[in-house]
Design a binder for this molecule. Structure first.
Ligand code: ATP
Length: 261
């Protein structure tokens, strides 16, 4: 069974325009699925509704039309089967790495011994074992983002929702974390819905890339990225099909009416 099935999702916002406040359709008729152990990215021009859609799946915003189901259950708010990783990492500055990773488990009332064991496991998995007692201000941006990923994984969600998690990092650190993330996702067999501006990142990480676009926005294109896994950023870039995927995605994002398949 697909982990996530979104059907006909629509969202309106009150937009302040020249003629005062108007209600505008931002998303309309969005159909999107993420299967078991599948990595799906959403790309699209700025303002195309990527974050809005992800927030609806997370249960942080409500759709005005359509439905979102995770493991067959309709989403009506946040839930333990979904965990979100944001671009702004939002670690608790007064807690060390272990304390931050345990935080979500405390909210879920997981007993202390299990909490500690789970936190330690995921801290090791993201490669921060030696820094487990460090405080956020003692960590680099990339390390903080890895704490955010460990915090989300520790709650053992069926679906990991990621909103530009590497967007604030330098290119080198981000690329290093692409390899890390794909390794972690393969190891933990998670399903992931990932929002990004970065076309190369989407191609490298994803099984499928969904292009959102139009006004109101809908699914413009879905491209299957069939490079074998595990992948390494260097090999993927060197493959001639990488340039093809890139050109197709750019065409759909930036010239949606002129691109042809
Ligand atoms: N709370 C809100 N109230 C009114 N309008 C909103 C609200 N949130 C988002 N919007 C509007 O919805 C549209 C989609 O925003 P969203 O942040 O989902 O786009 P995005 O594709 O994630 O953009 P970016 O790539 O720039 O992050 C934008 O026009 C934005 O102004």
């Amino acid at each position: 069974m697909a982990h996530l099935v979104a059907s006909g999702v629509g969202k309106q916002f009150a937009i302040r325009g020249r003629n005062g406040v108007e209600v505008a359709d931002i998303l309309k008729g969005v159909d999107l699925e993420v299967g078991d152990n599948e990595f799906v990215s959403i790309v699209g021009a700025s303002g195309s509704g990527k974050t809005t859609f992800l927030r609806i799946v997370a249960g942080l915003a409500q759709a005005d039309a359509g439905s979102v189901k995770v493991n067959g259950k309709t989403v009506s708010g946040p839930g333990p089967e979904r965990a979100m990783v944001f671009q702004a990492i939002n670690l608790l500055p007064w807690r060390n790495v272990v304390g931050n990773v345990e935080f979500g488990l405390e909210l879920q009332k997981v007993p202390e011994a299990e909490r500690r064991a789970r936190a330690e496991r995921f801290i090791e998995l993201v490669g921060l074992g030696r820094h487990r007692h460090a405080y956020p201000h003692e960590l680099s941006g990339g390390m903080q983002q890895r704490v955010g990923i460990a915090r989300a994984l520790a709650t053992d969600p069926a679906l990991l929702l990621m909103d530009e998690p590497f967007g604030s990092l330098d290119a080198q650190t981000a690329e290093f974390l692409w390899d890390e993330l794909s390794k972690i996702v393969a190891e933990t067999r998670k399903s992931v819905l990932f929002v990004t501006h970065h076309i190369d990142e989407a191609i490298y990480l994803s099984d499928r890339v969904v292009v959102l676009g139009g006004s109101p926005a809908g699914v413009r294109e879905v491209i299957a990225i069939d490079f074998p896994k595990p992948r390494w950023a260097y090999d993927v870039r060197a493959d001639p099909r990488f340039a093809e995927f890139r050109a197709r995605l750019r065409a759909h994002i930036f010239h949606p009416n002129t691109s042809q398949e």
